[in-house]
Design a protein around this ligand. Structure first.
Ligand SMILES: [Fe+2]
Length: 179
């Protein structure tokens, strides 16, 4: 009897608790990974909100600048859409879940949404809002970058540095339209 196998449980397997998931051992402590993932969640929420606002303005812009802005906004939201995936997947690679609902993004973002169905802002007001939005994304990226640098998280630093370059460029291009 000593060698007999234990009887199989007839109970249904439960979903394993998070603690029993395979450990993440990439050389960054769980505490630091959590802090970085939290900062990246704010960055993802701001990036998503700016993406949506840029797409909204692509749809709803009017006036003599229509063609220029409709095209410019499309180039920006298309590029931003790809970046959202990279930010969310970096959070996953650090061992945490990424926010994925409008309610979560609204709670985590520092940028206010703009409704699309009411009278849209004038084109120059749209451009000013996008300057402000890109600058807000830059500030959130810098705060997350500081956390990543402190934890020696080079891939997150690389991602945030690239996003900073892009959003600073967008802010400059948009700002130039108002001069
Ligand atoms: Fe379109």
């Amino acid at each position: 009897m000593a060698n007999s196998k234990p009887a199989k449980s007839t109970k249904k397997a439960k979903t394993p608790p998070a603690a029993s998931a395979p450990a993440v051992d990439i050389g960054i402590s769980e505490r630091d990974r959590g802090t970085i993932a939290g900062a990246l969640s704010h960055f993802l929420a701001d990036s998503y909100t700016l993406y949506l606002k840029t797409h909204n303005f692509h749809w709803n812009v009017t006036g003599p600048m229509f063609n220029t802005l409709h095209t410019m906004f499309e180039a920006q939201y298309t590029e931003q859409w790809t970046a959202l995936d990279e930010i969310a997947e970096r959070i996953r690679a650090l061992g945490f879940h990424a926010p994925g609902s409008y309610a979560e993004f609204a709670r985590l973002a520092s940028i206010r949404e703009e409704p699309g169905m009411t009278a849209p802002p004038a084109w120059h007001e749209m451009v000013q809002q996008l300057v402000d939005g890109n600058e807000a994304v830059c500030r959130t990226a810098r705060a997350a970058l500081e956390v990543a640098v402190d934890a020696d998280d080079a891939p997150t630093e690389d991602l945030l540095t690239q996003r900073l370059q892009t959003h600073e460029k967008y802010a400059w291009m948009l700002r130039s339209l108002l001069q």
